[in-house]
Design a protein around this ligand. Structure first.
Ligand code: ATP
Length: 221
């Protein structure tokens, strides 16, 4: 479904978000106080406006309630980030996602009505730290503080063995949801399907169970 987004602040975060939304077929009205940035993005976003988002009349004229989602991507100017979030919610923007520099900033953004707060620098640091700490972890999605969906590289110790032989669910409590081999993906792997070293395994499990499985295969290297 095509959606209408309003992106406020076209720094590295706001501009890459705008490009991605447009590439995925959505409409984006973008807004920034910096004339150069506005000109740069003019050919990319559906509409780009040179304006200050802390000016309530501007956001009112743009009709905040007619959008599906507003994203406040202002970083340095905390006051502008907080004021903009507040104004968007007061103007009945259905959903507001705001970018925060730190926990304190995030807490205030929630207090003034943000529906969701993202911490791109902090989260990217955590993600990279997890990937670099593990020899097998390729990517992960945090489902809850205790459960993750992870993509791991099948180690040599799994090579040529069937899921039945590996017995991962019984031994570690993790479930393999899919096996990716080159460009092919097996999304409902059966007990007799074999894993080959270098395959990508999409797996769901608790942090502790996944860690135990990784340690087990790490020791077998
Ligand atoms: P990034 O990490 O995404 O590059 P940042 O966190 O360093 O950005 P800033 O550069 O402070 O954040 O802000 C992002 C953009 O928001 C800038 O292009 C800036 O001009 C714009 N901006 C700041 N204040 C306002 C405002 N009141 N109204 C509209 N745009 C604003």
């Amino acid at each position: 479904m095509k959606k209408q987004f309003m992106v406020i602040g076209l720094g590295r975060f706001g501009s890459s978000l705008t490009r991605t939304l447009i590439e995925n077929g959505h409409e984006v009205l973008a807004l920034d106080t910096n004339e150069n940035v506005v000109q740069e993005m003019a050919s990319i976003a559906t509409q780009v406006i040179h304006a200050d988002s802390t000016d309530e009349t501007v956001l009112k004229q743009l009709g905040a309630s007619n959008f599906h989602h507003g994203i406040v991507a202002i970083g340095d100017d905390l006051q502008a980030s907080i004021m903009t979030t507040l104004i968007l919610k007061e103007l009945n923007m259905p959903k507001v996602t705001a970018k925060a520099r730190n926990d304190m900033h995030g807490t205030v953004l929630y207090k003034v009505g943000a529906d969701h707060v993202v911490y791109p620098e902090r989260d990217m640091g955590i993600r990279l730290g997890k990937q670099l700490s593990s020899d097998t972890l390729i990517d992960y999605i945090e489902l809850s503080p205790n459960y993750n969906l992870v993509e791991i590289l099948a180690p040599h110790a799994m090579n040529g063995r069937t899921l039945d032989e590996l017995n991962i669910r019984a031994e570690f409590g993790c479930t393999i949801l899919a096996i990716k081999t080159n460009d092919e993906i097996n999304i409902s792997p059966k007990a007799e399907d074999r894993v080959h070293a270098g395959d990508l395994l999409l797996m769901i499990g608790s942090n502790e169970d996944i860690r135990q499985l990784e340690n087990h295969y790490e020791r077998k290297r």
